[in-house]
Design a protein around this ligand. Structure first.
Ligand SMILES: Cc1ncc(COP(=O)(O)O)c(C=O)c1O
Length: 395
């Protein structure tokens, strides 16, 4: 709605992507259900086909419903050229990688990456002749030691899935740029509100919008936002793979986005309160939360991030898988299930050990990942206290 480039993120998030020609004066861009678009004349049809963007042409290429969300996500990333939407976060990861890599290239992938990203490298990129080499999430500028003539891209995820190591994204991007290597970041945890990735030097930034953008655990959605050097290749690849997001899901994404700032601040406050309390309990050996000094890479988080969100893990002080299952099963206010980023709290038993290849993972006990929702943290702490007290008594 406004062209003011100096708007603060909380204002931007309310106004972005709500162009009058898309909203027609309604507050939220309406849901356009479309496959065929009809034209008055052959000349009109040809003109629409010739126009690259934002012109109704065929449903797969989107309508104002999808464009408005994509535009809003671009506006949240200063320096970005555009955003493409995908039916899930995993599809976004896949398309971002395929827009960069070709057979014979090598990819450097962070060892703490989300498991399906690792599976994509193994099961899709590998057979295409693209080799993946894994690196230590704390590598920083030393990533340059791993570059070969074939290295085409470095993929980061910060903080890492399950174990939350914070990566030195600016240092990695600077090293990569000096060698003409493309950088990609899974920025789902922080979102552009707490880590504007393009401004930190990243070429392609990926969100599983399923999490905090949608924010209500009721739709699957992904996005990739790219700088000017990478956006055309991203768009071409996306179109060639026929990627499309349904208008209802795009609309849910836009609705979630409008409250992202206020929700993230609440997730941040609740998660910090729970994490700090967990640090004091004898049933807990370690809390892996980027905003706590004990988290690997905490000083980088402090330097680069504008906030922390609701997802973190803790290591139990001893115990085994059965003790962990007993703890999680008996929590009253934490759901047991995959994904995160909704308004509800979740607890999940996780094990990074089989997923690591470049680095190891050793811990004092089993690992539990928590997502802290929008409940009152006092109720969540009381719930965890009951479970952890019982664990300590039985240990
Ligand atoms: C860090 C991260 N990236 C990507 C994804 C994939 O997103 P989706 O479930 O929408 O495919 C997830 C899902 O949990 C995730 O945690």
């Amino acid at each position: 709605m406004s062209d003011d480039k100096n708007l603060r993120p909380a204002t931007r998030i309310v106004e972005a992507g709500r162009r009058k020609e898309w909203t027609q004066g309604v507050v939220n861009t309406p849901v356009w259900r479309a496959s065929t678009i009809l034209f008055d004349t052959v000349a009109d049809l040809r003109a629409a086909v010739a126009s690259p963007n934002d012109r109704l042409y065929y449903g797969r290429r989107g309508t104002p419903t999808q464009w408005s969300l994509a535009d809003a996500l671009t506006e949240l990333e200063p320096g970005a050229a555009g955003t493409m939407l995908y039916p899930s976060g995993v599809a976004a990861v896949a398309m971002a990688l395929l827009s960069v890599l070709k057979p014979g290239d090598e990819l450097l992938m962070v060892d703490s990456t989300y498991e399906p990203t690792r599976a994509f490298c193994r099961n899709v990129l590998g057979p295409m002749g693209i080799a993946t080499h894994y690196y230590d999430p704390l590598a920083g500028a030393a990533i340059a030691d791993l570059f070969t003539e074939k290295t085409r891209a470095v993929f980061m995820e910060s903080p890492g899935s399950l174990t939350f190591e914070v990566q030195d994204v600016p240092a990695i991007c600077a090293a990569a740029k000096a060698c003409g290597i493309v950088t990609l970041l899974d920025n789902t945890w922080a979102t552009p509100l707490f880590f504007p990735a393009i401004g930190h030097g990243v070429d392609l930034t990926i969100l599983a919008c399923t999490k905090y953008v949608v924010g209500h655990s009721d739709a699957m959605l992904g996005s990739v936002t790219a700088n000017a050097e990478r956006f055309e290749a991203l768009r071409r690849t996306t179109h060639q793979f026929g990627q499309h997001v349904g208008p209802d899901d795009a609309s849910l994404g836009s609705r979630g986005l409008r409250t992202l700032d206020v929700r993230l601040r609440q997730h941040q406050a609740g998660a910090l309160e729970v994490a700090r309390w967990l640090e004091t309990h004898p049933g807990v050996a370690r809390v892996l939360h980027p905003a706590l000094p004990s988290c690997p890479g905490h000083e980088v988080w402090q330097r680069d991030f504008l906030g922390s969100t609701g997802l973190f893990s803790f290591v139990m002080a001893g115990g085994d898988d059965a003790a962990r299952a007993d703890l999680v099963d008996n929590l009253d206010h934490f759901g047991i299930g995959f994904s995160w980023g909704g308004y509800e709290s979740l607890a999940l038993p996780v094990d990074p050990r089989p997923l690591r290849t470049a680095t190891g993972w050793a811990a004092e006990g089993p690992l539990v990942r928590l997502h802290i929702g929008l409940e009152d943290p006092a109720d969540l702490i009381a719930d965890l206290r009951r479970g952890l007290d019982r664990f300590v008594e039985r240990r």
